[in-house]
Each structure stands twice: as structure tokens, then as C-alpha cells.
Write a protein that binds this ligand. Structure first.
Ligand SMILES: [Zn+2]
Length: 225
């Protein structure tokens, strides 16, 4: 079969469906309630002082500005619409109906209890039902949810549920493994510990062979063949 035919692009094909357990994809923060940049920098000064240092000394003078800029990167996910990222799909897949897996997607997220990094990898798979999406989009969806204040369980569910809702595939699997700095640098101080979370939907939940194939693909770095 010719593979060079132009793929058809489908937009806005995801209709409203039951997704009661899906957390909101939209940013929670109305812009009118957003503090100003000056207020944010002043808050950093307060924390520096509270930690016991002098925000006026030379080395710290630009720190509030740098911290605010870093926060814009850390939390850029609030400005992204993960559903929109997935809306452009390709229907012409020449009968491809096997699993699509994107492995080892590094992500950086931030613990919503301590505001320190959660760093790990995500593995995302789905079983297409006539539509596929560009693979970079799967990584972008991970980032759109990771670059927010999170707990890993919620992050995992949001990624899986959004792919399921928008692509409407036969199944979705998401596994995340991450180290939480709130566990390694404070509290119980247990470096080297990673947390693993997973969410299996559709065929990945109902069919143990499908689930096993996915898990072997992400573990062994090879296909199932
Ligand atoms: Zn924490």
C-alpha cells in the first residue's frame, strides 16, 4: 500500500462524552486574580528573609527576578490546553491497528505539597481506533500536565484520561516512574526511591495480553516480537 498519500487532518472530532473522573484540563486561575510580577518577586524576598538571609546582599539581589522567571518555566503547563494539543489527528493509517508506544519521556513536575521537583519518566501507549496522533503530541500532553503543581497519581490519570477522551482509542496505558525531592531532600530522606503509578484504560485494562505486551515493550526496550 502506498504510504506517501497525504494524511487527512481531523479537527475537533472529540465530542462531549462522559468523563466525570477527568480533572479539569483548563487552567484554574483567572488572569484577573493573578498577582503582579512585582508581588511575586516581593514574596520571594519575604521567603529569603524568612529563611534567614539578607535579600539585599549582592548575590541575592536578582534572585527574586530569577525565581519568578523560573516559575514561568516550571508552571508553563497552566497556559497549555492538553486537549487542544491532541485534537489534530491523522485518520489515514493504512489499517494500522497495533499498539503505539512512546517510551522514556522525561518529565519534570512539582509536588503540590512542598513545591519541589518530581523528576521521572513517562511511558504512554494507546491502541488506535482509526485515528493516530503525531508522537510528539503525546510528550507535549505529558508536559502540559507535568508543568503544574501535581501529585503523581493525578498526573498519570490526567494524561491517560485526556488521550482517551480526545483520541477515543481502543485503550490507553500510562506508566510513570519518578523520584520525589520532597522524599529525597527532606522528610524521610530516602534517595533512590522511585514511585511508580499507572493508569490502564479500555483494552489495556480488560485484556491481560494487551497489558502484558505494553509492559514488556516499556521494560525491555524492544517490540513484543
Ligand atoms: Zn511533596
Amino acid at each position: 500500500m502506498p504510504l506517501d498519500r497525504p494524511a487527512s487532518v481531523v479537527r475537533d472530532t472529540a465530542g462531549p462524552r462522559g468523563s466525570a473522573d477527568r480533572a479539569s484540563a483548563a487552567p484554574a486561575r483567572p488572569d484577573s486574580e493573578r498577582p503582579s510580577r512585582d508581588e511575586a518577586e516581593q514574596a520571594v524576598r519575604t521567603l529569603l528573609q524568612w529563611a534567614g538571609d539578607d535579600p539585599g546582599r549582592e548575590g541575592l539581589r536578582d534572585t527574586p527576578r530569577r525565581v519568578a522567571a523560573a516559575y514561568e518555566e516550571f508552571f508553563s503547563g497552566y497556559g497549555e490546553d492538553p486537549e487542544d494539543i491532541l485534537r489534530r489527528t491523522f485518520e489515514e493509517v493504512d489499517g494500522y491497528d497495533e499498539m503505539v508506544v512512546l517510551r522514556d519521556i522525561r518529565f519534570e513536575s512539582y509536588c503540590e505539597h512542598h513545591m519541589v521537583p518530581i523528576i521521572g519518566t513517562a511511558h504512554v501507549g494507546y491502541l488506535p481506533d482509526s485515528r493516530v496522533v503525531g508522537i510528539s503530541k503525546l510528550a507535549r500532553v505529558v508536559d502540559a500536565y507535568a508543568k503544574r503543581l501535581q501529585i503523581q497519581e493525578k498526573l498519570t490519570a490526567q494524561v491517560a484520561n485526556t488521550i482517551n477522551d480526545v483520541l477515543q482509542p481502543k485503550g490507553v496505558a500510562v506508566v510513570m516512574e519518578a523520584a520525589h525531592q520532597c522524599m529525597t531532600t527532606r522528610g524521610v530522606h530516602k534517595p533512590g526511591v522511585t514511585m511508580v503509578t499507572s493508569r490502564m484504560l479500555g483494552a489495556f485494562r480488560s485484556c491481560s495480553d494487551t497489558r502484558r505486551e505494553f509492559l514488556s515493550m516499556i521494560r525491555n526496550g524492544g517490540g513484543s516480537a
